[in-house]
Design a protein around this ligand. Structure first.
Ligand SMILES: Cc1cc2nc3c(=O)[nH]c(=O)nc-3n(C[C@H](O)[C@H](O)[C@H](O)COP(=O)(O)OP(=O)(O)OC[C@H]3O[C@@H](n4cnc5c(N)ncnc54)[C@H](O)[C@@H]3O)c2cc1C
Length: 431
């Protein structure tokens, strides 16, 4: 009977080290609002310590320069790293580079791995994933318009993308474009590796967002709008098979989505600690917030939601490790929307408990609140995951005979009376 919830003591030691390291070395950096270049300088020595500790790029297999921990251990690590947006950066598995490295590991040729994957894992390059377009629904990428046509031994890419996260600091872009417009919807698109300095690639801007309201450029975490105009790349820029863009995207987005969920647990725990701390001292109308039933409900609900999301996330991670991404599709979709909702709920309650202080930039809660809102949209909006989960679940159901609900009591009673007639007869005759 294997049903195990404990962490092995040796790995727990690593997690304990990580916890102190993230709190003591990385949380302070958050307050400095460093430019990308300075951030790199600040993080460089921290990365060395992570490497010495054997925790660098834990998401990939050893032959690719990672630790090969698998998703479950990564989940436990991400809970800690997720407390700060800067921490995954020190551990070599920041989005979107971690997901992009998985694409390259999965679909890249030996040359592509040599040129892009190994330097990416070594932290020497940055990447972006460029799929979403302003004019077509990201929730239905079969409608993509960016095109890629083969001319001689070159692919020529034309189109406009936006929300390519880290696009303005990326050294290369993984671009999804329609290479085979006459094929079936899910066979039309391919992926290409495009160096960011290829003529015809123009980063138009970093789109100001709820999370980054000021127009900025070249900042870690920015979401770039990128024009691809007559962009010529060699035929070997194709990633994986021609027309396999969707297949690769699915394989990438599965682990990518659960990595977000793992980090959200860390964010939520941090907000939860702030909520509870506030409750202990803020005195209103004859008692501290901790004495008010509403706040007690917030604390209990938050604890329950975090725990539920954590168990769902770790169980999904376990399934990926043991049965593969495909087998975990439904679990990934479930935790993606459930985890995003949990994060938004917990951060919102913590902010509310701090009143105007929570709303101000004197606490990290307002930034966490703005960032959390995106969780319900990126890597597939909530609604799409709900649709996907419901569809998969409904495959296991069919209309009942005569459209009489299976649990219809009068029908069941009639059947039971027939089946147990001998008993009912005996009861009646004993009366
Ligand atoms: C912070 C952030 C980072 C991002 N990073 C990247 C990135 O690195 N690379 C990249 O390519 N993209 C990125 N995106 C884009 C993201 O993937 C898309 O925003 C997302 O897929 C939704 O596409 P859309 O914005 O075009 O919305 P639409 O597809 O227009 O959908 C709008 C809304 O319609 C509703 N909806 C859609 N489909 C359904 C349905 N089937 N049933 C019911 N309702 C539905 C949902 O409420 C949805 O929010 C990022 C987005 C954000 C917010």
């Amino acid at each position: 009977m294997a049903w195990e919830f404990s962490t092995d003591p040796q790995f727990q030691e690593q997690l304990d080290w990580m916890d102190s390291f993230v709190r003591e070395e990385i949380w302070p950096l958050e307050t400095l609002e460093l430019e990308h270049r300075d951030l790199l300088r600040a993080v460089a020595p921290l990365r060395e310590r992570v490497k010495e500790r054997g925790l660098w790029a834990a998401h990939l297999d050893p032959e690719l320069g990672g630790q090969g921990f698998g998703q479950l251990k990564l989940g436990l690590m991400h809970e800690i790293a997720g407390t700060s947006v800067l921490a995954p950066f020190a551990f070599g598995n920041q989005p979107p580079d971690s997901g992009n490295s998985e694409i390259l590991a999965l679909a890249g040729t030996p040359e592509q791995k040599e040129r892009y994957l190994h330097p990416l894992l070594a932290g020497k390059l940055f990447s972006a994933f460029s799929m979403t377009e302003l004019d077509t629904p990201g929730a239905d990428p079969t409608q993509l318009r960016t095109s890629a046509r083969l001319e001689g031994d070159e692919w020529v890419i034309d189109g406009r993308k936006w929300f390519s996260s880290n696009g303005s600091i990326a050294d290369f872009l993984i671009v999804m474009a329609v290479s085979d417009p006459d094929e079936a919807p899910h066979r039309r698109a391919s992926m290409f590796v495009v160096p960011a300095d290829t003529p015809g690639v123009t980063v138009v801007r970093d789109v100001p967002t709820l999370d980054h309201m000021d127009q900025s450029f070249g900042k870690y975490g920015g979401h770039a709008e990128i024009e691809y105009e007559n962009v010529r790349v060699p035929a070997d820029a194709l990633l994986g098979e021609r027309g396999a863009g969707f297949k690769i995207a699915q394989q990438r987005l599965g682990p990518g989505r659960i990595h977000h969920c793992m980090r959200w647990i860390g964010q939520a725990n941090r907000a939860f600690d702030m909520l509870c701390e506030r409750a202990t001292y803020r005195a209103v109308q004859g008692g501290v917030l901790a004495d008010k039933q509403t706040v007690q409900n917030w604390i209990a609900d938050s604890a329950a939601e975090i725990k539920a999301a954590r168990l769902m996330t770790l169980q999904t991670a376990w399934r990926i490790d043991n049965e593969g991404v495909r087998a975990a599709r439904q679990d990934i979709a479930l935790i993606k929307f459930f985890g995003a909702k949990m994060l938004n709920n917990v951060v919102d309650r913590a902010l509310q408990a701090h009143g105007s202080l929570g709303y101000s930039t004197d606490l990290p809660l307002e930034a966490m609140f703005r960032a959390a809102r995106g969780a319900r949209i990126y890597d597939g909006p909530d609604e799409v995951h709900r649709v996907s989960v419901a569809r998969q679940i409904l495959k296991g159901y069919a209309p009942p005979p005569g459209e009489i609900p299976s649990e219809h009591v009068p029908t069941r009673r009639a059947a039971a009376e027939q089946r147990f007639a001998w008993l009912l007869d005996a009861v009646t005759s004993n009366d």
